[in-house]
Design a protein around this ligand. Structure first.
Ligand SMILES: [Fe+2]
Length: 412
């Protein structure tokens, strides 16, 4: 497990105000008193209660395991109780180097050896540790989430569907407003295609502007996948983001589910590495080149070549960025676009430009459609609904006044 830091609020945010954060089973009161990362930044809720700061969220698309994450206000000994019935007869913890991870508030627990395509029930449990001592471990209160269920991906599934949101830019109300456009259509997971925030300022922002709305809406039962946009690379909490959202493969990753082989690229900053804003702290050119090597190796696998649909999701599109393009944007085009043609990508889904649109294939330029979601302002936001079966993959884009904003169909 990665080094998990407690709350971090900048000095600029030093305000003597208790902020209510909705939590499982009640409210947690977080007092923002930023002086670095000290644990004492957290003001306990009334009666010194140990509470969840968000409901548990599901975070992988693997056939035999599921990552469950959640956050508590105090360091705790945590586990997941789970099973294929609501009896929850199994228990999982995070064990590293012979020790159960206990001195954490961000809990990351993998349920292993699951059966593909099967429904499981689970609940999160956290037992407060009131004191660390070499000879004894005094425990405090144990808190439990509600019981939720999820279904593991089935590699042999004949169809899958997912929703895409992008470029919400710190507008948490957009989650419910856009998800409502889906009506009651079934879907398997939700993909957040970057720029969910303006810049990273701390855990409170991640909770209030993403985790709480998403767990209230879907993420307790449907996996939440997230890739960074260029705005998530900014701010003093940017490097902590992976504590909340990293995958087994890292910040760029792939998954193969039913007819779809999907590749997720972390396109980095849209500015050049030598941009004065970063003062020498950026090295995205090398990071994108690293992804290019990984990408080409992935595209040479039989699983990729034999997939019915090969889909790339990336925040910065390989084409159609606003002009004049930034150096990071041009680098995405230069590195990734030739590989997409060479290895016959079927579809690229992006955001970033804040101008939604469906760009059909242009022979020799991009032999695949590039579909770009909009945002973040009212009347410019979009929800994408993607459904793939053995015959077709369809993308339907709806704008936030519930009007069609573009669609595309790929035939197998
Ligand atoms: Fe962007």
């Amino acid at each position: 497990m990665k080094d998990k830091k407690p709350f971090s609020f900048s000095r600029r945010q030093f305000i003597d105000t208790a902020v209510k954060v909705s939590a499982v089973g009640g409210l947690a009161y977080i007092q923002m008193s930023g002086c670095g990362n000290e644990e004492n930044e957290i003001t306990p809720p009334p009666e010194n209660k140990h509470v969840f700061l968000c409901k548990p969220y599901l975070h992988t698309l693997q056939h035999r395991q599921m990552c469950v994450r959640w956050i508590t206000n105090k360091s705790s000994y945590s586990w997941v109780e789970y099973g294929d019935t609501e009896q929850l007869n199994q228990k999982a913890m995070h064990i590293e180097d012979g020790l159960v991870t206990t001195h954490e508030r961000i809990h990351e627990i993998y349920l292993q050896n699951l059966e593909p395509g099967k429904t499981y029930y689970y609940r999160a449990a956290s037992k407060e540790i009131t004191e660390y001592n070499s000879l004894k471990t005094p425990f405090g209160e144990t808190i439990y989430s509600s019981t939720y269920s999820f279904t593991t991906p089935d590699p042999a599934a004949r169809e899958i569907s997912w929703l895409v949101l992008n470029d919400l830019h710190d507008r948490p109300e957009s989650f419910s407003e856009l998800m409502e456009l889906n009506s009651k259509d079934p879907y398997d997971f939700v993909f957040l295609n970057g720029d969910m925030f303006n810049y990273q300022s701390g855990e409170k922002q991640i909770l209030e502007h993403l985790l709480i709305p998403c767990t209230d809406l879907f993420a307790t039962q449907k996996p939440l996948l997230f890739v960074r946009g260029n705005h998530e690379t900014r701010g003093n909490f940017a490097q902590r983001l992976k504590d909340y959202f990293a995958y087994p493969e890292g910040l760029f990753f792939h998954f193969h589910w039913g007819p779809v082989f999907a590749i997720v690229l972390d396109t980095g900053e849209d500015k050049g590495d030598d941009h004065p804003t970063y003062a020498g702290r950026a090295n995205f050119n090398a990071y994108r080149r690293e992804q290019t090597v990984w990408l080409e190796q992935l595209m040479q696998t039989d699983a990729y070549k034999n997939a019915t649909y090969r889909v790339v999701m990336m925040h910065i599109p390989p084409f159609y960025c606003n002009q004049p393009s930034g150096e990071g944007e041009m680098h995405c085009n230069e590195l990734f676009a030739p590989l997409f043609n060479q290895y016959k990508v079927d579809l690229v889904i992006s955001g970033h430009t804040h101008k939604y649109g469906v760009h059909p294939p242009v022979s020799g330029k991009h032999n695949y459609p590039v579909i770009i979601g909009g945002g973040p302002k009212d009347n410019e936001r979009t929800l994408m609904k993607i459904k793939a079966n053995e015959k077709t993959l369809t993308v339907q884009m709806i704008n936030d006044v519930n009007k069609p904003a573009g669609s595309y169909t790929i035939y197998a």
